[in-house]
Design a binder for this molecule. Structure first.
Ligand code: HEM
Length: 417
């Protein structure tokens, strides 16, 4: 393991893929504690997330680090906490909200098309910046009823700065306690204070103007559900930050990679531009999330002993599985490296084996329909107005941060149709 440290840091995706090829479906890393396994088969991931899900909790280094920022909100909460929280927020994600989401996304995409139109046609534009921006505004307006535009830069920067520290912490096995004022801990404190302030303002403003606007298509607004529940200020803050973190960078990452994939496919761009139904766009969304699943690893902690793919897993183990590795495995996918949205045409992605960009089982992403819908509308709106082209021939190597992100932004050439 020590010999491989540099390799793991440089390209964990390649490392995990090699481990799968070399050691099979369930391999144990040679590190003393906790016993740590990589589960790289579709059946193994199914056992972990669905078949015996109640045996596997979220008390892992990944979620402990994330919870420094999100607290024990819905994403990082375990067991009984999670069971109380999920029904509380579920009404905000009712299917009927999606029609209202279209209006919000169309309006926000209009701001991007206006900005891009004002540039000379054929200019290079960093689409990652635009996708980070739109994803934040959409999640903000849809869930918190507030036009975050004025505060979006502050919130996004504070979130990203806090998450950066979290990523660094989760990469080293021994973390320096939070109370010791190391530069990293101080940076985390500063960004948390900024986040707290921004969220505090959001909540204050909503309390003042409460009930002036509802959620999408008449569904309750997430923020109102939280404010009406018997929660402390800290609990409200944890949920707000959780939903910002879970719903912002993930969708932005998915959109950024989808645009990059589309930029090499003029035929698919034309199809999106002409699409009458959103259903025509979903195959592109689903295929982009196959090749570049923003949540590239999922981790769990075993409560009791179990067997996965015939291998004994002791209690107290750390289990790692990866949508990125499994969704590119040629045992399950023909020409797995090829971008081919037609594989999802007429197919319900939730029924596809070896495909779980939104997780699976009881801890399935609560924002799955929201995110697919949002991505489909953004892609359609942009392709109707512009053609995209890659600038060079090399592929950006995804950085494995909280989500998969391109290292140096995503500059694409943008032409008006
Ligand atoms: C392309 C975009 C997205 C991707 C790829 C994604 C991926 C995921 C994955 C893989 C999980 C499960 C994690 C695990 O099992 O350990 C998850 C959970 C979650 N996601 Fe998403 N997500 C996306 C968008 C969103 C959006 C837009 C929201 C909110 C508006 C959201 C909110 C959440 C929450 C709250 C959870 C925890 C659910 C629970 O445990 O009950 N996500 N997401």
């Amino acid at each position: 393991m020590l010999m491989h440290t540099r390799r793991i840091r440089r390209d964990p995706l390649a490392f995990l893929t090699v481990m799968k090829d070399q050691y099979g479906d369930v391999m144990q890393f040679p590190i003393p504690r906790p016993p740590t396994y990589f589960v790289s088969s579709a059946a193994g991931a199914q056992r972990l997330l669905v078949g015996n899900a109640s045996n596997y909790g979220k008390d892992t280094i990944q979620y402990r680090s994330l919870s420094l920022v999100t607290g024990l909100g819905l994403l990082a909460a375990d067991d009984s906490d999670w069971r109380t929280q999920r029904p509380l927020v579920q009404p905000a994600f009712h299917h009927s909200a999606l029609a209202g989401l279209t209006d919000v996304v169309v309006e926000e995409a209009g701001l991007i098309t206006d900005t891009w139109r004002s540039q000379e046609t054929g200019s290079m534009i960093d689409v990652e910046v635009a996708m980070m921006d739109i994803a934040l505004r959409v999640v903000g307006r849809a869930l918190f009823g507030d036009d975050l535009r004025g505060r979006s830069a502050e919130l996004a920067q504070a979130t990203l700065a806090a998450l950066e520290v979290v990523i660094q912490r989760s990469r080293v096995p021994i973390s320096i306690p939070r109370l010791i004022p190391t530069p990293a801990n101080r940076k985390l404190d500063r960004s948390m204070a900024r986040l707290d302030q921004a969220v505090g303002e959001l909540v204050r403003q909503r309390r003042v103007e409460s009930s002036s606007s509802a959620g999408l298509s008449g569904t309750p607004l997430l923020l109102d559900l939280l404010l009406a529940a018997d929660l402390s200020a800290a609990q409200v803050r944890d949920q707000v930050v959780t939903f910002l973190v879970a719903g912002h960078e993930t969708a932005a990452s998915g959109l950024t990679w989808a645009l990059w994939l589309l930029a090499a496919e003029p035929r698919w761009q034309d199809r999106l531009a002409d699409s009458a139904e959103l259903a025509d766009v979903f195959p592109v969304v689903d295929e982009a999330l196959r090749l570049y699943p923003p949540a590239w690893v999922i981790t769990r902690h075993s409560r009791n002993q179990d067997q996965i793919e015939g291998r004994e897993i002791p209690a107290g183990a750390l289990l790692i599985t990866s949508p990125f590795v499994i969704q590119r495995d040629e045992r399950y996918w023909e020409h797995p490296q090829r971008f081919d949205p037609s594989r999802f045409e007429g197919v319900k992605p939730q029924r596809v084996a070896a495909y779980f960009p939104f997780g699976a089982g009881m801890r399935l992403c609560i924002g799955r329909d929201f995110a697919r819908w949002e991505m489909a509308v953004v892609l359609r709106e942009l392709c109707q107005v512009f053609r995209l082209q890659r600038a060079g021939t090399s592929s950006p190597r995804p950085l494995t941060e909280v989500t998969l992100r391109p290292g140096d932004g995503m500059p694409l050439r943008v032409w008006r149709r």
